[in-house]
Design a protein around this ligand. Structure first.
Ligand code: AMP
Ligand code: MN
Ligand code: MN
Ligand code: MN
Length: 285
């Protein structure tokens, strides 16, 4: 059994959050202000496939006295499965990383326009121009389209929008050929950062596939897994801690905050971080 150290190690740490640079609701500055209110002392902004929000977040964090490390949530592919890898505390100017992010931007833009075309067929007649406009300032995800479907009265809730239109097999779903897992890990490693497998239990993998994923993640240079993540229950935290120990991976903590109840937890959610796990943040510069 794990001893849950409810005091120092997990207090005020949130290493998985989103802003308007991707599908979060708050601007980077608003997010950092909110983090201060929530008692967060160590924060990472980890937008989907972009580091565009980091400058503004860093400026605000300095002004408010919060420690902010660079972050990103990369979309990668493993065995035809879409996987999220969090990069932390890297140099945002890293050459491989910036070209990798350009590649991801092109993939996202292409997919977003394909989804928008489907939404036009569903009667949202300005979906393509809406998307083109949105793309100028944010990395577009399916969450943006879910919100659009709700705003335009096509669905009552975000959940319903995903279920009816945006999940695999649905009318407006489009798969994306994300770069391989190894590419994402290399980009972060080459820019001096640390890699975390995000929300390991949210990929719908059976235990043997998950074990295979964790084995490969470790073998190709992965550093940590999100032991405490967004919607994870105490039991799931224990399960992830077990995986971390089995594969000698470090552990991370993140709310996956998006600024609303759409997904993730409140910012800075105090998670019980198992004392037996080595925290990924102890090695930050
Ligand atoms: P994408 O990376 O474009 O496929 O979009 C993934 C994003 O959509 C996630 O980061 C979540 O913010 C959101 N998302 C995915 N599935 C759901 C769901 N069932 N309910 C609410 N949000 C979801
Ligand atoms: Mn998201
Ligand atoms: Mn994710
Ligand atoms: Mn996330």
């Amino acid at each position: 059994m794990d001893h849950f150290d409810g005091s120092l190690r997990q207090a005020g740490i949130d290493l998985h959050t989103h802003s308007t640079a991707s599908d979060g609701r708050l601007s980077p500055a608003q997010l950092v202000n909110k983090a201060l209110e929530a008692g967060v002392k160590l924060l990472a902004l980890t937008d989907h496939d972009t580091t565009d929000g980091l400058k503004e977040a860093q400026k605000t964090a300095r002004a408010l006295g919060i420690r902010l490390v660079s972050g990103v949530e990369l979309s990668v592919r493993w065995n035809r499965q879409s996987i999220h890898v969090i990069g932390l505390d890297f140099d945002p100017k890293g050459r491989c990383l910036t070209s990798g992010l350009q590649r991801l931007r092109r993939l996202r833009e292409q997919r977003a326009l394909e989804i928008a075309e489907q939404l036009e067929r569903l009667g949202i007649t300005d979906a393509v121009s809406w998307t083109s406009e949105k793309m100028k300032s944010a990395q577009i995800t399916r969450a943006h389209f879910a919100r659009l479907l709700v705003q335009r009265g096509c669905c009552r809730t975000i959940r319903q929008a995903f279920r009816r239109y945006l999940e695999p097999g649905r009318f407006a779903y489009r798969a994306c050929n994300w770069p391989p897992l190894t590419d994402g890990l290399n980009w972060i490693n080459e820019s001096g950062g640390h890699t975390v497998l995000a929300h390991p239990l949210r990929y719908g993998l059976n235990t043997s596939s998950l074990i295979q994923l964790l084995h490969e993640f470790k073998t190709v240079g992965g550093d940590a897994i999100e032991v405490c993540s967004g919607s994870a229950s105490r039991k799931e935290v224990g399960l992830c801690a077990g995986f971390a120990r089995r594969f000698t991976l470090k552990g991370s903590i993140g709310s996956d905050y998006h600024g609303d109840t759409q997904s993730g937890r409140p910012l800075g959610t105090p998670f019980p971080f198992p004392a037996s796990i080595e925290p990924v943040w102890e090695v930050f510069n």
